[in-house]
Design a protein around this ligand. Structure first.
Ligand SMILES: [Zn+2]
Length: 113
């Protein structure tokens, strides 16, 4: 269900930033999907196509990047990229670490011309 929620956030941003698409030749939205979200670029695109049609946004291009997660250990100071959630630092095994990018969904920018 998150894909619908993300798609509606894109539409809200588009309305705020550009209003009606008729004023522009092309519009692209740059999006970053967080490492642990279950939303895929495909499901986000189809949710956006569904929701966006009503507001005339079906021609908007979505540039979707998938982010990687990184943890930073407070004990051994290791900073490492991880592909899936972990319970302990891969280097020293402590659970005293912080997740550096746990954001699920970021709208980086909207390009309209
Ligand atoms: Zn560590």
């Amino acid at each position: 269900m998150h894909d619908i929620w993300f798609a509606s956030k894109i539409i809200v941003s588009l309305k705020e930033k550009i209003g009606k698409i008729d004023n522009y030749k092309s519009v692209a939205v740059n999006i970053v999907l967080g490492p642990f979200t279950h939303v895929t670029p495909e499901s986000l695109r189809s949710a956006f196509a569904l929701l966006g049609e009503k507001d005339g946004f079906q021609g908007v291009k979505l540039n979707i990047k998938k982010d990687k997660a990184r943890i930073k250990c407070r004990k051994c100071k290791t900073s490492v990229e991880i592909a899936s959630p972990v319970g302990a630092c891969p280097a020293c095994g402590t659970d005293d670490f912080e997740l550096e990018n746990s954001e699920e969904f970021i709208i980086e920018s909207i390009e309209a011309e």
